[in-house]
Design a protein around this ligand. Structure first.
Ligand SMILES: Nc1nc2c(ncn2[C@@H]2O[C@H](COP(=O)(O)OP(=O)(O)OP(=O)(O)O)[C@@H](O)[C@H]2O)c(=O)[nH]1
Ligand SMILES: [Mg+2]
Length: 316
């Protein structure tokens, strides 16, 4: 077992990342994007130097204002003397994908600031799974010495980044026009939020959504209900309060949470590998079985038993 990269190029890359060198960081992120040889050794070597950054997830429906909030938070945290990394998950397959250009233009104003590092992860390019690539990029930023890492991700569904296993603090962003709080509760988003942001508070209905959320937590008799913060991301209103709430959540993290995240990460990464292997190695066998099933020679159940045996039992 090697925990240090043998290749001197990789070694230099890891050193560069640990020195906070942006070019090294960007190069390693490209290796990670392409799942290129050596990227995992580099991540191995970096791991013990991570865990210092406060990793924040902004999750919410398309257009609710996540990028605008991220942009505002960059400014806020810079003002508090922190260096910031932003990972934007490219919604390359979503309808609002075009908005990304706007995000870049907006956040571009921080480009000259050495304390800000912005990087996107393409949905398409994430060969090993979107959550894992996103987590790897965030870890590299952490190893580079970023104090705060903000991950912007669309939605909270199963196909999206499993945000809770990747970040310390999940901020669920709502806006009055993405439906009322009841809808959100139905969607099961409520469970994953460590705090709730009702953005676009300049619009009608924001107060109502915030009140409904607060009432919901009250009725549930939750001992420490998550904070509900109203913001106007475009003007910066409420951002101080949001920054405070994010920091307060991190300061009061329970000891078991880190372990929970690691457990979820390991299971997720193993599942991702298994699926990849399944797709590569069993594809042909599955096709052959389909012929047999259609010809009435076997059943899906027998096929699964047989192929699972080959798959799980055939591990080296
Ligand atoms: N009125 C109002 N508009 C806002 C506010 N915050 C963001 N917007 C606008 O809402 C639109 C979408 O904002 P984005 O920050 O791109 O939203 P997003 O959640 O990142 O969107 P996706 O990345 O496409 O999911 C933009 O036109 C913003 O200017 C706000 O507080 N009030
Ligand atoms: Mg966005």
């Amino acid at each position: 077992m090697q925990s240090t990269p043998q290749d001197s190029g990789l070694e230099a890359l890891v050193r560069g990342v640990l020195d906070g060198d942006r070019l090294s960081g960007a190069r390693l992120m490209r290796l990670v994007d392409d799942r290129r040889e050596g990227h995992e050794q580099a991540l191995d070597a970096l791991f013990q130097h991570t865990g210092r950054a406060h990793v924040i997830g902004l999750a919410g429906s398309p257009g609710c204002g996540k990028s605008t909030l991220a942009d505002g938070l960059i400014e806020l945290f810079r003002g508090r003397g922190r260096s910031v990394g932003v990972v934007a998950v490219d919604p390359s397959s979503s309808i609002t994908g075009g908005a990304l250009l706007g995000d870049r233009v907006r956040m571009q104003r921080h480009a000259a600031d050495d304390g800000v590092f912005i990087r996107s992860v393409a949905t398409r390019g994430a060969v090993g799974g979107l959550s894992s690539s996103t987590q790897d990029i965030a870890r590299i930023m952490d190893a580079m010495g970023r104090d705060v890492v903000i991950i912007e991700t669309v939605g909270v569904g199963q196909d999206e980044v499993e945000i809770a296993s990747v970040v310390h603090t999940v901020a669920v962003v709502l806006s009055p026009d993405t439906g009322d709080a009841i809808q959100i509760m139905k969607a099961g988003i409520i469970e994953i939020g460590d705090l709730f942001v009702v953005n676009k508070a300049d619009r009608q209905g924001a107060d109502r959504v915030a009140k409904e959320l607060a009432l919901f937590f009250q009725l549930q008799s939750i001992e420490h209900p998550p904070a509900v913060v109203e913001t106007v991301a475009t003007s910066g209103t409420g951002l101080e309060a949001l920054g405070d709430a994010l920091e307060a959540h991190h300061e009061h993290e329970k000891p078991g949470e880190q372990r929970d995240r690691l457990r979820a990460e390991i299971k997720r990464r193993i599942a991702e590998r298994a699926i990849q292997r399944l797709e590569h190695e069993l594809a042909e066998a599955v096709e052959t079985s389909l012929d047999s099933i259609e010809a009435g020679r076997t059943t899906p159940y027998a096929t699964v038993r047989k192929l699972y045996e080959t798959f799980a039992g055939g591990q080296s």
